[in-house]
Write a protein that binds this ligand. Structure first.
Ligand SMILES: [Zn+2]
Length: 168
């Protein structure tokens, strides 16, 4: 945890562990092959890794779509990849507000939520560029799935708080 608003190395280790658990939980829940995330890797980024264009106010994390280079001449049929951008300052600020300083449950919620978005884009035909209305609806669908996936892992009181004070 740092006062500069950026994740420390130890925070990033916690987030990586949360990501690994989120990968395995989403595979089980959506019946995906157990090597799904190895075969179709996503990139995990923090605000240090991306330009200001990708910073979104008050959002804990969001998904970006990364098109393969030379898409026009892409003969191998390589699929679009996705990235999860974690916004350190908003995640850390939430922890300071709650006085719990416990990154694990929030990181697990965020990663499970974002991976669920990616599964929905890739396997359920959800439009990445959907209208605002559809996006709001998709947010509540994804939140519902995330809660089901994390039942018994993160308390529902905590999840209520994350959803109330954050955006994903
Ligand atoms: Zn979301």
């Amino acid at each position: 945890m740092s006062v500069s608003g950026l994740f420390t190395t130890s925070d990033l280790e916690t987030i990586s562990r949360a990501a690994r658990l989120a990968e395995s939980l989403t595979c089980d829940f959506f019946n995906l092959p157990c090597d799904e995330w190895k075969q179709n890797p996503y990139r995990m980024l923090t605000i240090k890794n991306v330009s200001r264009d990708f910073h979104i106010d008050q959002v804990f994390a969001h998904v970006v779509r990364i098109q393969p280079a030379n898409k026009a001449s892409n003969k191998s049929g390589q699929a679009d990849r996705y990235g999860v951008i974690l916004q350190d300052p908003y995640i850390l600020r939430e922890l300071f507000k709650t006085n719990s300083f416990d990154l694990w449950p929030l990181a697990l919620y965020v990663m499970t939520h974002e991976l669920t978005h990616i599964v929905r884009f890739k396997k359920f035909g959800i439009d990445f560029f959907a209208s605002e209305n559809h996006r709001m609806n998709e947010e509540s669908v994804v939140d519902g799935y995330t809660r089901d996936i994390l039942t018994g892992t993160v308390s529902s009181k905590k999840m209520d708080r994350y959803v109330k004070f954050g955006r994903f």
